[in-house]
Design a protein around this ligand. Sequence first.
Ligand code: HOC
Length: 381
Amino acid sequence: MSVITNIEDLRILAQKRVPRMFYDYADSGSWTESTYRANNSDFADMKFRQRVAVNMENRTLATTMVGQAVSMPVALAPTGMAGMQHADGEILAAKAAEKFGVPFTLSTMSICSIEDVAAHTSKPFWFQVYVMKDRDFINRLIDRAKAANCSALVLTLDLQILGQRHKDLKNGLSAPPKLTIPNILNMMSKPRWSMGMLGTQRRTFGNIVGHASNVSDMSSLSSWTSQQFDLALSWKDVEWIKQRWGGKLIIKGIMDAEDAHLAVESGADALIVSNHGGRQLDGALSSIRALPAIVDAVGKQIEIHMDGGIRSGQDVIKAIALGAKGVYIGRPFLYGLGAMGEAGVTKCLDIIRNELDLTMAFCGLTDVNKVDKQILIPGTY
Ligand code: HOC
């Protein structure tokens, strides 16, 4: 690969450099992957109004997400096992995000722990939790996130059961990978990745193994998930977590206006319109198609974020135009991480920032806070 100019270039490089099991884990959806594909393709149907002879000087992308200053309305999404795309992946991504002035969200299912990331960064990052049966473990995670000075908690509500992902089952996904002959051969064909992993101690779930009293073996992820995640999750648990955490709470996985109203009632500060990157309910609407109804329902009461399918700054500005205050990118930064470590995440953010900035100017605006539906052609969104 010569010059990297877009997110697809990073994806191609990551696919070459990351072992198949972990590349596939990041870059797949559930069942037929129809929602996974629609998340991105539905953006392409939306068209911009091009404006000319408008003063394009002094443009700004700076705004806020849950009251916190961000250099552009983009956060890094919580993504499981980022530390398997590249050794120390969560630390590297958090460092790139910090330098860029955008939030990094550490997943509970990360390889590097909350403490690992806190030790290598100097600004607050965000932390993501699920509702697991073991409430003491959630209490301990919340205490650890507070001790690490995390400035927002993201609560995922759409993963109490795991959507079936064919590739993960076929690849026998586990972290660290099981040392079968096919896995060893595949890892040997990825020398940069393998050398990095040999140079780090962080090869399994740092927030969980050694911290949750009932967990010693994470080798079968899907059976672990089905044992640990609480199927009886209710909005009472959300209220409990809000009260236990006491800080900014962002609820992730809202796709329905009725649930959006309940999220408002639970006391959350923001919600994320999300179908988990098309990894859970295959056949659900794309996030960008679900966004307008949720903005109409509760947009005046709660801050609305979205994720799913964003591969460019053009996609970011379309989501902002439809009422999102901020968006999250998952796969784009994982591609960057797998391709080139911290430099790849920085490259990803740089690409998205430039595309967002130039597209805003082409649409005749200079301040991202002024972006609304006026930049889109009616009938295309
Ligand atoms: C297989 C690991 O959000 C995902 C993540 C984390 C899932 C936890 C179980 O894969 O979509």
